[in-house]
Design a protein around this ligand. Structure first.
Ligand SMILES: [Zn+2]
Length: 480
């Protein structure tokens, strides 16, 4: 029996396609779903005798990312040739950065950043359908539109310890990059791609086990599923007394299976050497300052502001700020009518909204305007509508839009209070219907109040104000 518990150790490598107008080393425009091979030139086709010219905008974006992640910026960094053969790489090498990257160190949330560097994307192999077969064999073609697209590669330290943490952190990174405006960060379209280096070690130990690399997981869900599958596989091997082999793996989300792509190459396999056609990249103080000046408020800072200035609990502040569209919606609602809306009360209504519109939907695209959500929260805060009834109103707003006050009016959902005369009678009926519970509450057992409140809520279809019901029960039982 081997009862050793294992802890996953995960590092992430993220490739980000930059949203520049032109490619990394030539004047070709970036391509989005156009006809194949319409954005090419001798440079990005790798023809002999051509020379690369570095894209200044890509450097600016790289500096912005480095500063946003708190990295140290290298005053002088170097491009290298990373040599390997693949049909989508006509030069036979990729221009990347090796021992002197643009940015090093830094962190995002609790995860330390190892390095951030600039490089170019490869072209794309397109595997033709059956109709494209030649001599019965499947045919592949190369689309060079993507070849030479500017990329930033972000490498973390192995600070992540579960699939869920990896997914959440990647979400924070995506929000950060989106706010920076440097990329579309769309995993479906490949403008954000994530590899994970996964190893396991006995829990509590500080050494590192042999790692494997999971390539190109193209959704947050697959990333989490792939990591979980790989952790399970490695733990299974170790428990069986076998070894983990260092290799590169592909995770198939449909079958849940991991297959080996190749044994993991080492840096020396690429025969890196300095790119002789590019001078070293010197990031001047002016360039760094321009990048710093272009930084907007970042999600992590926004979460801190929500905590500090609005008093939101940390979890809620993160939940909102780490999804820019939620934070924007929340702030618009808060500012909707300049009222003294309680930020915490408003923030507590965002999750029920998300639950109703679907977790992937931007609330700005829903029929519930920020002003109408603010209006609903105001009605609840003013005790004009109970929380239960307000949830029904929210469901109506999601389905049809409209004005919450008007829906409350039309549907007769307004809160019933003692002032209306009806509530005290219903409370009296509840006490009469359940004398046992009434006796217990009278004797000081407040837990017994549940069925009595439940009776009132059923009778009023959730329109009674909970606080008012409790007050009336106590009053009628002589508890003051
Ligand atoms: Zn080109």
């Amino acid at each position: 029996m081997n009862a050793t518990e294992y802890e996953p150790v995960i590092g992430l490598e993220i490739h980000v396609q930059l949203k520049t107008r032109t490619k990394m080393f030539c004047g070709c425009e970036l391509s989005f779903g156009e006809e194949p091979n319409v954005h090419t030139c001798p440079v990005c086709l790798g023809l002999p005798g051509t020379l690369p010219v570095l894209n200044a905008r890509a450097v600016h974006f790289g500096l912005m990312i480095g500063l946003a992640l708190g990295c140290e910026i290298a005053g002088r960094s170097q491009f290298h040739r990373k040599n390997y053969f693949y049909p989508d790489l006509p030069k036979g090498y990729q221009i990347s950065q090796y021992d002197v990257p643009l940015c090093t160190g830094g962190h995002l949330g609790d995860v330390r950043i190892h390095r951030v560097h600039l490089e170019e994307d490869a072209a794309k192999l397109v595997h033709a359908s059956a109709s494209g077969r030649i001599h019965g064999a499947e045919r592949s073609a190369v689309d060079f539109n993507r070849g030479g697209t500017p990329l930033v590669e972000i490498v973390t330290e192995p600070d992540v310890h579960s699939a869920e943490e990896a997914r959440d952190w990647l979400g924070l990174l995506r929000s950060t990059l989106r706010v920076l405006g440097v990329s579309d960060v769309n995993m479906d379209e490949g403008s954000l791609r994530c590899d994970a280096n996964v190893s396991v070690r006995p829990a509590g130990s500080s050494g590192l086990g042999t790692k494997t690399e999971l390539k190109n997981m193209n959704s947050f869900r697959f990333l989490a599923q792939g990591i979980n599958a790989e952790v399970e596989r490695q733990v299974g091997l170790l428990r069986a007394g076998e070894q983990v082999v260092q290799e590169t793996l592909h995770f198939d989300p449909r079958s849940g299976l991991l297959t080996a792509l190749r044994s993991k190459e080492e840096a020396h396999d690429y025969r890196y050497f300095p790119e002789p056609d590019l001078v070293p990249l010197v990031a001047t103080p002016e360039m760094v300052e321009a990048a710093r000046a272009a930084l907007p408020e970042l999600p992590a800072a926004r979460a801190q502001r929500f905590e500090r200035e609005l008093g939101l609990p940390a979890d809620r502040a993160h939940e909102l700020a780490f999804r820019t569209e939620l934070a924007d919606y929340f702030e618009q609602a808060l500012a909707a009518d300049g009222s003294d809306l309680d930020p915490i009360a408003l923030a507590n209504w965002i999750p029920p909204l998300i639950e109703r519109i679907g977790s992937d939907t931007d609330p700005a695209q829903s029929l519930v305007s920020p002003a109408s959500l603010a209006g609903l929260v105001k009605l609840v805060s003013a005790r004009q509508v109970s929380t239960t009834a307000a949830r029904d109103v929210l469901t109506r707003l999601v389905a049809e839009g409209g004005d919450p006050a008007a829906i409350v009016e039309q549907e007769g959902l307004g809160a019933i209070s003692d002032a209306d005369g009806g509530l005290a009678e219903i409370v009296a009926a509840a006490l009469a219907a359940d004398p046992d519970a009434a006796d217990k509450v009278r004797a000081g057992n407040m837990k017994a109040i549940g069925p009595l409140v439940g009776y009132v809520m059923r009778e009023t279809k959730g329109r009674a104000d909970g606080g008012e019901v409790t007050r009336l029960i106590r009053e009628q039982l002589g508890l003051g």
